[in-house]
Design a binder for this molecule. Structure first.
Ligand code: 5AD
Ligand code: SF4
Length: 537
């Protein structure tokens, strides 16, 4: 049966309320956030319910004075509250910490009176937040900068901000190289974005702000409803990295490790939960070395921080990334057994399966130590999903070393794997190593490794067929015909459900395992727990 969908622009602070109100009419509508940034929500009407739900929307507008405007195909409606405000657009590359930084930058700009643009073409302030982890990422940063510089040339009153890891790495030299760039903004200078943008707009002076160590800690932002309507939210709990793995640029572009206070982290978590977020992801380059000892309550390490957050009212799921195998403590492993909301998934990069290569990488653990940690994790939580990062073609990696990587993959049987070809990064120790592996050989090794992992992922997903799992509902599936969500183990599940709402945790039965997702049948509907409406999609 056909399902109708319509998109509305609302006020960000109202998303949660509108969703709860419309979804409380048993199964008539599911409200998804299409673009939390622009406060666009998509209402998916159950067949035959469109008129009733549109009446409800009209009532919300009339009696409660909410702003709910339908997006017309002819172009976005003018939002009176936002009209006249200068607009900004942030383009983000790289890891989840960069996504967090981009959100932080957006919130700072919104506080300073700017409004998000739906398209960089409409923006007066353009922010490119970059990644330099591999050569390919750096190329992408400069090609995006090229496109934004063209926009700036068309309208020189625009402010162009080049931010993130490439900005940190290249520093002030970028101002000379790219005359269109107004602000080079280092990774620790994100909280200063609004004052710098204002300064450029007033005085037209160009700046490079790239101090690393002198920067203050991130302050918890709250009260702006930025995350309203989102199911997941992230919190950076520590910045920087002290490990100096020989291939890695991160310590150079993100500075030394600095933990945020537990008070700040808890305040940020409470704010996310108040906005309706159900799942919190804690972020850091090496979360296991989180440490804070300045409070009256005594020192707080990572497992103590997890325990503080696990009990927060409203929290459905807690996750974290990334752990370093050398610092994965027994206390953390115990958390997987003891904490009710900590998801059964760990991302534990191993990078290489050969002790000789691990040593050259300066990883400071052995293959045996890694396998032992996995064994203990699986003892503490038998169903724990394990994912990892791995590299092929590190300088000096022989066929025999590579086979040890393949063997480790076969032994652990990861749920999924992020695999990369080693890429020289200027200034790192490995860039100066000899015995570089040639590009063609790296490509062949990567393909061999990915083929192996593909068959393992598929087998593991197929083994779930018939199993009951709990899914946190995130929204409409990619093709829009079903709902989608994730299991605790972070696997994507698509299913049809009449009564399920975004943000619910629902029980489903896996009917088919694919390499990248699972198909499931909802069990609440089939057990008649909620409703008798016709199916969506
Ligand atoms: N070349 C290739 N991959 C890299 N990574 C980090 N540095 C490099 C590099 N120089 C990979 C690691 C890391 C992930 C985020 O990126 O596997 O865990
Ligand atoms: Fe890229 Fe690393 Fe910077 Fe994240 S921290 S954006 S992965 S270089």
């Amino acid at each position: 049966m056909e399902t109708t969908r319509r998109t509305f622009r609302v006020k960000r602070k109202d998303i949660h309320y509108i969703r709860t109100t419309l979804e409380s009419y048993d199964g008539m509508a599911v409200v998804g956030t299409r673009d939390p940034y622009r406060a666009l929500v998509e209402v998916c009407f159950a067949p035959g319910c469109e008129t009733q739900v549109m009446n409800l929307i009209r009532d919300l507008k009339r009696t409660e004075g909410l702003s709910i405007k339908e997006e017309s195909r002819k172009g976005p409606p003018v939002d009176r509250e936002e009209a006249g405000r200068p607009r900004f657009a942030v383009l983000t590359m790289g890891c989840q910490m960069n996504v967090y930084d981009s959100d932080y930058a957006s919130r700072c700009l919104i506080r300073a009176g700017y409004a998000p643009a739906s398209d960089p073409e409409d923006a007066k302030v353009l922010v490119v937040n970059t990644c330099s982890v591999r050569e390919k990422a750096e190329h992408k940063a400069f090609s995006t900068l090229g496109r934004m510089a063209a926009l700036k040339r068309r309208d020189p009153t625009r402010v162009l901000v080049f931010a993130g890891c490439v900005a940190q790495q290249e520093g002030e030299a970028l101002l000379k190289r790219f005359p269109e760039v107004d602000i080079v903004l280092g990774t620790r200078r994100i909280p200063h974005i609004a004052e710098l943008v204002n300064r450029v707009r007033e005085k037209r002076e160009r700046v490079a702000s790239v101090e690393l160590e002198s920067a203050g800690l991130l302050r918890a932002l709250s009260g702006d409803h930025y995350f309203s309507g989102r199911v997941q939210g992230s919190i950076t709990i520590m910045q920087g990295c002290n490990n100096f793995c020989s291939y890695c640029i991160v310590p150079y572009v993100r500075g030394r490790e600095q933990s945020r206070s537990p008070v700040q982290v808890v305040a940020e978590a409470e704010d996310l939960l108040e906005q309706g977020v159900r799942e919190i992801m804690l972020l850091g380059q090496n979360v296991n070395s989180y440490f804070w000892d300045e409070g009256p309550g005594g020192p707080v390490d990572f497992s103590a921080l997890l325990r503080l957050l696990d009990d927060l009212p409203g929290l459905a799921r807690l996750r974290f990334t990334t752990s370093h195998p050398k610092d994965l403590s027994d206390a953390l492993i115990r958390c997987f057994h003891e904490l009710g909301h900590l998801c059964g998934h760990i991302h534990l990069p191993f990078q290489a399966g050969s002790d000789r290569i691990l040593k050259r990488m300066n990883r400071r653990y052995t293959r045996e130590h890694y396998l032992d940690r996995i064994r203990l994790l699986r003892e503490a939580r038998p169903d724990v999903a394990v994912t990892a990062d791995v590299m092929v073609g590190f300088p000096g990696e022989t066929r025999k070393d590579f086979e040890e990587t393949l063997d480790l993959v076969r032994t652990v049987r990861f749920d999924s794997l992020y695999s990369f070809k080693y890429s020289d990064r200027k200034g790192t120790a490995a860039a100066a190593f000899d015995e570089k592996v040639d590009e063609q050989e790296k490509r062949a090794r990567l393909m061999e490794l990915q083929a192996l992992q593909h068959s393992i992922t598929l087998e593991k997903n197929q083994a779930l067929e018939g199993r009951e799992v709990e899914v946190l509902v995130e929204g409409a599936s990619k093709k829009g015909e079903q709902l989608t969500g994730r299991t605790e183990c972070n696997k994507v599940v698509n299913f049809v459900c009449n009564s399920c709402k975004i943000g619910d945790i629902v029980k489903v039965r896996i009917s088919k395992g694919y390499a990248h997702s699972l198909q499931a049948v909802d069990l609440t509907d089939s057990e008649g727990a909620h409703m008798d409406h016709a199916h969506y999609g």
